[in-house]
Write a new protein. Structure first.
Length: 52
C-alpha cells in the first residue's frame, strides 16, 4: 500500500461492507483501517522511499 501511495497513481479507494457480528475480535476492521491508512500515507514499514 505504501508503494501505491508513493506512486501517486491511486485516486480512489472502495471499501466493501463489513458485518461486525462476523468479524472475530474486530480483526478485519483493524486490518481494513490499517491498510487504508497505509494507502493514504501512513508508514508501516521501515524502508527507504524514493524522492521525486
Amino acid at each position: 500500500m505504501e508503494m501505491l501511495y508513493d506512486s501517486g497513481l491511486v485516486r480512489r479507494l472502495h471499501l466493501i461492507a463489513l458485518h461486525p457480528f462476523l468479524d472475530e475480535r474486530g480483526r478485519t476492521a483493524l486490518l481494513m483501517t490499517d491498510l487504508a491508512a497505509s494507502l493514504m500515507g501512513r508508514r508501516r514499514l521501515d524502508r527507504p522511499t524514493r524522492s521525486f
